[in-house]
Design a protein around this ligand. Structure first.
Ligand code: ATP
Ligand code: MG
Length: 427
């Protein structure tokens, strides 16, 4: 036998037992987006590498070490599997002039690729659903996006999710803070871990985000960006807080919330849970007013978030909120290969009437005595078995049997009445 081939490490198959949950969650999300009048956008999974280098920033974790980049063998173009979708959505918006010819509130769903160390809640192919609002400067839209996420937790029944917010101000404010931060951290360089030492002069803000327990004291006392914000930045932040307060949405201000991409400014936020170990951020976002100009569009503000589908599903599972596995309505028992045509006819009539029908297959290969078919019908979870054969079929009818102890336990239905019969059951 040939050597068995396996999937790429950190990239998972999503098999039916789980994909039913995915489809359900995706459909809840589509409904949610519709209630906010956000419209779907689908951008390519492969983009020019330069989009991410320019959009996300050269000294971010993603661009430095997490991208799957390759050269197009045919023309040498530098390409990358998208590590996130905001840059691609912004490219598409600029390229297609949506900022001036709407819609400007968009959402996406799909796979992202990052070369990370695979662990619980962290994969190399993972999935995000994201919402982006382009061309709006005010905190009302920041709040709208936060409301949308809160509505989702409520709709799904999720609890134990905490909202954290912060403001990253504007680039010049960050620059002043950066200097203070570098001199504070440099003075205690012996307390820095390797990662922090490496970032000290390239991206010191990210050090605040460290998960190293040994450095918590150090970063807790570090100069706070909030103290370097000018009037306009503070007004934006307070504007957001006022809307959240008025709507009674609870939040914590986390001065160490900095986010991984360079494109963020002003409001940033994360929804975090303690129930998923160290991968506890289930949704994250913020304002990125500079990104549109950064990738060649006419300057315009924007804000958005992305949620991690795997982490949301894991949290739903741990809170026992996942829906039951789907089951067919009807299992059609087919005694022999000779019944193939009548089976097809019966299934079609029932499906047209709206039933979910599982037809027993395999009798032509000798699979399935009547006894084993009834066992399978029971195991399928179907509510009804429809049985072809015998005297009933000779009289132009099938027998129906309720498999879940229903009132109409057994009966016969003529072939021409199947749709009406199903309509009666479904009502
Ligand atoms: P983290 O700090 O966990 O690495 P991040 O800041 O890199 O997160 P974002 O790029 O903001 O994450 O992505 C938004 C969300 O997507 C995260 O909050 C998380 O739920 C999810 N996510 C990010 N990276 C992964 C991954 N490798 N595997 C699974 N989910 C992920
Ligand atoms: Mg990351």
């Amino acid at each position: 036998m040939a050597e068995k081939l396996v999937a790429v490490k950190g990239m998972n198959d999503i098999l039916p037992a789980e994909s039913a949950h995915w489809e359900w969650l995706e459909s809840e999300l589509r409904d949610l987006m519709a209630t906010y009048a956000y419209r779907n956008v689908r951008t390519p999974i492969v983009e020019p590498t330069g989009l991410f280098v320019r959009g996300l920033g050269e000294v971010t974790d993603i661009v430095e070490k997490e991208m799957y980049s390759f050269e197009d063998r045919l023309n040498g173009e530098a390409l990358t599997l998208r590590p996130e979708a905001t840059a691609g959505v912004v490219r598409a918006v600029v390229e297609n002039n949506l900022l001036y010819d709407g819609p400007r509130r968009l959402y996406y769903m799909g796979p992202m690729f990052r070369h990370e160390r695979p662990q619980r809640g962290r994969y190399r192919q993972f999935h995000q659903v994201g919402a982006e609002a382009l061309g709006f400067a005010g905190p009302d839209v920041d709040a709208e996006l936060i409301f949308m996420a809160c509505d989702l937790w409520a709709k799904l029944g999720l609890t134990q999710v905490r909202l954290e917010i912060n403001s990253l101000g504007q680039p010049d404010e960050r620059l002043a803070h950066r200097e203070a931060l570098i001199s504070y951290l440099s003075a205690q360089e012996s307390l820095l871990d390797e990662e922090a030492k490496r970032r000290l002069h390239s991206n010191p803000l990210r050090i605040l985000d460290t998960k190293n327990p040994a450095m918590q004291g150090l970063v807790n006392d570090a100069p706070k960006l909030m103290d370097y914000l000018g009037e306009a930045s503070l007004a934006h932040f307070n504007g957001l807080r006022a809307i959240l307060d008025d709507a009674q949405v609870p939040y914590h201000i986390n001065p160490r919330l900095v986010r991984g991409m360079d494109y963020y400014n002003l409001s940033v936020f994360e929804f975090v849970t303690e129930e998923l170990g160290s991968q506890g951020t289930i949704c994250a976002g913020g304002r990125y007013d500079g990104l549109i100009a950064q990738i060649g569009g006419k300057p315009a503000p924007a804000v958005g978030w992305a949620l991690g589908v795997e982490r949301i599903l894991e949290l739903l599972k741990s809170q026992s909120l996942l829906p039951a596995a789907p089951v067919p309505d009807v299992y059609v028992v087919v005694p022999s290969a000779d019944h193939a045509m009548v089976a097809a006819q019966v299934c079609r009539a029932l499906r047209t009437a709206g039933a979910q029908v599982h037809m027993h297959a395999g009798t032509a290969d000798g699979q399935g005595s009547m006894k084993s078919q009834f066992k399978r019908a029971d195991g399928s979870g179907a509510t009804w078995a429809v049985i072809l054969g015998g005297d009933e079929l000779a009289a132009g009818a099938v027998s129906v049997k309720h498999l879940r102890g229903g009132a109409d336990a057994q009966g016969t239905v003529s072939l021409g009445d199947l749709a009406a019969w199903w309509a009666g059951q479904a009502a």
